[in-house]
Design a protein around this ligand. Structure first.
Ligand code: AMP
Length: 249
């Protein structure tokens, strides 16, 4: 039982990012970068399945620039066995990533592919679904619990206002939601060990995939700033204020 986990290097969730003055994107300059939180959950789940004796190998893969090596090492330090870096310096859209992953899947033949439900930088929430479509595989998206039996995978999905349980035949795609698990911190000895784990380097061209962007980014805007609140001393004053602002009649 082999598990492939797709991981993306993104701006750390603690970093307050700024939109470039010309609106052409987000200025990430020297911002701290991290493993996408949903992908950290994916790695954790795969490693737990290996520790439980249900999986034999965990392979992590990422598409991105050379610095992605660092992100892959984090996943290796958490317990993944080996890594594949598909090197590409420019931004790759979800469809491009999904096409590359399809070729990696064809070469690696995993039983389960785990992705995050979304990358917290572009919030696309597309790659897992596109990969499932390209492969013609079943998918369990927004997983908050998974249960692996011999030839099937039961996935509890976080749906709007409730949970949905689906059983998928394998091979299959899973995308992680926040409640699936709490990822571990890599210990220092494991960080050292990760440096010696294999990390293969490929390019999209090696897989025969064209990752040229298909979309034109028109504009990026900051959300509107919230206005300061007003303190009122009584309910009647609150009602007057609400009427003044048109919130009630
Ligand atoms: P997205 O569709 O961009 O929101 O990303 C959803 C998931 O797809 C992420 O959580 C990752 O598991 C995977 N993914 C997206 N971009 C990449 C990438 N460049 N390399 C590897 N995996 C990726």
């Amino acid at each position: 039982m082999k598990i492939l986990v797709a991981v993306k290097r993104v701006v750390d969730f603690n970093v307050a990012i700024r939109v470039k003055p010309d609106g052409s994107g987000v200025d990430i300059g020297n911002a701290k970068m991290s493993l996408n939180p949903f992908d950290e959950i994916g790695v954790e789940e795969a490693v737990r399945l290996k520790e439980a004796g249900k999986a034999t190998e965990v392979v992590v893969v990422s598409v991105g620039p050379a610095q992605v090596q660092e992100t892959l090492r984090t996943a290796l330090a958490m317990g993944a066995d080996r890594a594949i870096l598909v090197k590409h310096e420019d931004y790759v859209e979800p469809l491009g990533v999904a096409k590359v992953l399809k070729e990696v899947v064809t070469a690696e033949k995993p039983d389960i592919v785990i992705l995050g439900k979304q990358a917290i930088d572009d919030d696309c929430n597309q790659t897992g679904q596109m990969l499932a479509a390209l492969l013609g595989w079943p998918q369990g998206t927004f997983a908050s619990k998974i249960d692996l039996e011999d030839s099937s995978l039961t996935v509890v999905r976080e749906a709007d206002g409730g949970l949905q349980t689906v059983r998928l035949s394998m091979p299959t795609i899973v995308t992680t939601d926040l409640r699936l698990n709490e990822p571990r911190y890599a210990s220092l000895p494991n960080i050292m060990k990760a440096k010696k784990k294999p990390c293969a380097e490929m390019t999209p061209a090696d897989y025969g995939v064209d990752v040229k962007p298909r979309l034109n980014l028109i504009k990026t805007e900051e959300p509107l700033r919230r206005q300061a609140g007003v303190k009122v001393s009584s309910v009647s004053e609150l009602v007057v204020k609400l009427k003044e602002t048109g919130a009630i009649r």
